[in-house]
Design a protein around this ligand. Structure first.
Ligand SMILES: [Zn+2]
Ligand SMILES: [Zn+2]
Length: 303
């Protein structure tokens, strides 16, 4: 996974939401209505990820009929079995599942279920960790995960527990190579949509290509700002973006570098101390407090 490849490789950044619910589980609206709302809000794609539970007859909601010119969908589900260390039900996102994905089994654990999702071709994410106090050990046990959900909008709106960056940083510090995505997890019972999304670089707007790019980490996440380019030039990291007030490079433990200003569209940050930690990730914040997050960049001896 080479984050900078998202900016180097050819293709287009497509805007999408990876985590959403319809009335096939506990969301307010039909799949058709949810797709319509995202399409009309300017999204290029949507993963409708209903809760894969017996009470809803284990849906992998079929959104293929809602694909049209300029808008596609990824067949997905949020899968669950019992058994986090605090005795709660696991919440694991699987983007890119076959429609006939088999129901969960009574003896299946979270790690087993996540492995089965990955083996079926899915991009696997550990979602809203702060919302249910998921531990570092729990997260580490999901050994087939591609990514951590670093921001969950509905959790931020409803419980002020939207963060996943703290967990991602702990796992990166342990040497795990995971990416991080932001999403809405919209249910539409309250105003919980269009708060955070991913920008995925792909050759074309095609479900398979998008899922391949997600697995490779060829994407970034945003609440508004655009990250236009990130490059390494000698001993500094160069960032180009839409106008922001802060550009940060965050590394292992307390390592961080930052640049502050008004309407900054570029910044140059020193790499020396960050590289010693093995990784860094870029965060930009605009004048309204809206953030965009790069995926981790492997540096130094780990690059
Ligand atoms: Zn959930
Ligand atoms: Zn959800």
């Amino acid at each position: 996974m080479h984050t900078l490849d998202a900016f180097r490789r050819s293709g287009t950044f497509f805007k999408g939401n990876l985590h959403t619910h319809s009335n096939r589980s506990d969301g307010a609206h039909s799949p058709e209505e949810v797709c319509r709302r995202y399409r009309e809000a300017g999204y290029d794609f949507l993963a409708l990820s209903d809760h894969f539970l017996p009470v809803y007859a284990f849906p992998v909601t079929d959104t293929t009929v809602h694909r049209c010119e300029g808008f596609t969908t990824l067949l997905s589900a949020e899968v669950h079995v019992r058994g986090t260390s605090l005795g709660e039900t696991w919440h694991i996102l699987a983007v890119g599942l076959p429609p006939a994905f088999e129901a969960t089994r009574a003896d299946e654990t979270g790690p087993m279920l996540a492995r089965r999702c990955r083996a079926a071709g899915a991009f696997v994410g550990i979602v809203h960790p702060a919302w249910y106090s998921l531990s570092v050990e729990d997260a580490q046990s999901i050994d087939s995960a591609h990514a951590i959900e670093i921001y969950n909008h509905t959790s931020a709106v409803k419980s002020d527990r939207g963060d996943g960056c703290a967990l991602l940083d702990q796992l990166l510090a342990k040497g795990l190579r995971l990416s991080g995505f932001a999403s809405d997890d919209a249910h539409f019972h309250i105003n919980d949509a269009f708060g955070a999304w991913v920008m995925v670089k792909a050759d074309q707007l095609d479900p398979e290509r998008l899922i391949d790019s997600l697995k490779l980490g060829h994407y970034y996440s945003s609440q508004g700002p655009l990250i236009e380019d990130i490059t390494i030039q000698g001993s500094s990291l160069e960032v180009r973006c839409s106008p922001v007030s802060s550009v940060m490079l965050l590394g292992k433990a307390s390592r961080s570098e930052c640049a502050f200003g008004d309407h900054m569209t570029s910044a140059s940050l020193p790499l020396d101390s960050i590289s010693k930690g093995g990784f860094g990730r870029v965060v930009v914040i605009d004048a309204h407090g809206k953030r965009a997050w790069s995926n981790p960049i492997w540096l130094g001896a780990d690059a």
